[in-house]
Design a binder for this molecule. Structure first.
Ligand SMILES: Nc1ncnc2c1ncn2[C@@H]1O[C@H](COP(=O)(O)OP(=O)(O)OP(=O)(O)O)[C@@H](O)[C@H]1O
Length: 253
């Protein structure tokens, strides 16, 4: 009998539109009143239709890579799946609250790495005791203490790579039903990249779904068996990583 696949993320004809307030958007109070009365949008507000009708289903135990040229809508799609951007049209359904791990995820620059690790664990719903217990492993995995006791120094003293490593270590300290990773693996050095790829494999083994946006095709090849190619906000291909990357590489060359 065929195994039943459990869906964790369902994206159904999703459209995401950014509204950008251009110069002059704040214009005069009279223009604002006119807009209110006539219901016409301001000419100074421009719309960027970043995701245009994407449909996909992700299943438990899958690691899916997302590729596409700059500005194709990958990060926007990930943020919409995380529930951080509203759908202009279509729907996103997820099992549980997905966790988005981005290079820009907010840690506090004036707070030490170990304290940020505790706060990050609390924010992921761990108890205070579990959070404290998790910190040594987080610091060890991140490797930030390899060149001295950086764990007790404020985050602003870290290099970009060190901060990204700590962020990844915090986010991956607990199993996630759906873990969304935006380029985070690309920032560490080769040794850390290998360790984080191993962690992604472990997260998959604990039944989660991992969706990874990256320009590092090697990372995607090593971690994901399925890849989705997004171009100009549309889904171009969805299939086995080797096939999709081959098509994407010949397109982007
Ligand atoms: N906050 C924003 N406001 C307005 N437009 C935005 C915003 N963020 C992204 N966009 C636009 O949406 C489109 C998709 O951007 P997005 O960041 O999702 O692409 P991406 O595929 O992740 O790009 P990259 O590979 O360069 O990171 C682009 O045209 C971009 O200019």
């Amino acid at each position: 009998m065929a195994e039943t696949k459990v869906p964790t993320v369902v994206v159904d004809d999703l459209h995401v539109v950014y509204r950008v307030h251009g110069p002059g958007a704040a214009a005069s109070p009279a223009a604002g009143l006119r807009r209110l009365v006539t219901g016409k949008p301001s000419a100074a507000i421009r719309e960027v239709h970043a995701v245009r009708g994407v449909t996909l289903v992700a299943y438990e135990g899958e690691a899916i890579g997302i590729v596409g040229t700059n500005g194709s809508g990958k990060s926007t799609l990930l943020q919409a799946i995380a529930g951080l951007l509203p759908a202009a049209r279509g729907q996103v359904y997820t099992r549980g609250q997905p966790s988005l791990l981005g290079i820009n995820a907010a840690l506090m620059p004036d707070v030490s790495g170990d304290r940020n690790a505790v706060l990050g664990c609390l924010a992921m719903g761990m108890s205070r005791a579990d959070a404290r217990r998790a910190v040594p492993d987080i610091l060890a995995f991140s490797g930030i203490n390899e060149r001295g006791d950086f764990g007790t120094l404020p985050m602003r003293t870290y290099s970009a790579g060190m901060a990204a490593r700590l962020r990844f270590a915090i986010a991956s300290a607990k199993p996630h039903e759906v873990l969304l990773i935006d380029e985070a693996l690309a920032t560490g050095d080769a040794r850390f990249r290998a360790r984080s790829e191993e962690r992604v494999r472990e997260l998959r083994a604990t039944a989660g779904t991992v969706i990874l946006v990256s320009h590092q095709l090697r990372s995607i090849r090593d971690t994901c068996e399925r890849t989705i190619w997004i171009e100009s906000g549309r889904l171009r291909l969805d299939g086995p990583t080797d096939e999709v990357l081959a098509a994407y590489e010949s397109f982007s060359r």
